[in-house]
Design a protein around this ligand. Sequence first.
Ligand code: SAH
Length: 354
Amino acid sequence: MTEKLDIYSMLPEELESYLSSFGEPRFRAKQVFTRLARGEKIEDITTLPKSLRERLKGEILDTLPTLKEKLVSKIDGTVKYLFGLHDSSCIESVLMRYKHGNTLCISSQVGCYMGCKFCASTIGGKVRDLYPSELVGQIIAAERDTGERVSNIVMMGIGEPLDNFDNVVKFLRLVNHPDGLNIGYRHISLSTCGVVPGIYKLAEVDLPITLSISLHAATDEKRTEIMPVNKKWPIRELLCSCVDYYKTTGRRISFEYTLIHGKNDTESDANELATLLKSAFSGTGAPIHVNLIRVNEVRETGFKKGSAESVNAFAKVLEKRGIVATVRRKLGADVNAACGQLRRSAIEKEENPS
Ligand code: SAH
């Protein structure tokens, strides 16, 4: 980070001690925090003395994402954003419209280090972690663009949130703050490919968010083939950390399972998954929920999706075994909404301008 001040990453108490260091009264912190969370620029907060605005403007690093490209689905109104950052990196966010409100799917890193074989975000590796301000900034930017409130957040965009642990936890506190965006923890989901030490740490922090585990296979052999992270933290260790998370926080965990044709999508895979989850959580009383989605085909990966019937048959097996399974509705099918694909095409355009 440069010498400049990352003001959108600061909680009111941090703003208070910063502002008081040059003699500003305590109430200024809340004033600044609230107005910044609404997407206002320092220079526009005219209730601040002009001299303070000028001073802050000179000191602040503008970390708010700026709109580079925007695709709106004609089918369901899903909006896919490509945002530019102050160092010219880019990230994606997706706004999904539901009856109960708007959900924003946000990115946690520029690129990703985890190497899942089916995922577009990890091609090219990780460039850097996002600052808390850039995480909040995606919400501020989407709210400014649509003029509508974002009421739910899913951390399922580009990157692995638990590989950016401290910034993500700071972000959760910022976005939940009643003087800021005031989004309840229960309206926030964090999805991880299975960074086990991060799951234990998150349980210790004990914020009532929803944890989602990208499982995608029921045996180590199959999971390692598609998710290299499984070599480091195999399924048994992963599920132990999930049980700990449930026991510590009392929050249910959901499992993501992407069906890839010919890899993990047969009824026998479904039976193995049911046996695995039931035995891992037996005696805990934890409700088990599995979200099923057919793989989004990414040109570079070569994985194919199976038929709609195959996913329904998979769900039926789980349900017969007493596991709640939801087949995810695919939103934004016409706007390339699978995460990482828009950023990939922007990078390709830059590398091969035609
Ligand atoms: N790193 C985190 C969050 C980002 S990925 C994680 O792994 O959970 C969000 C979800 O999208 C994960 O469940 C991931 O496995 C899934 N995903 C990635 N690429 C996909 C694709 N091509 N098709 C379907 N799901 C995909």
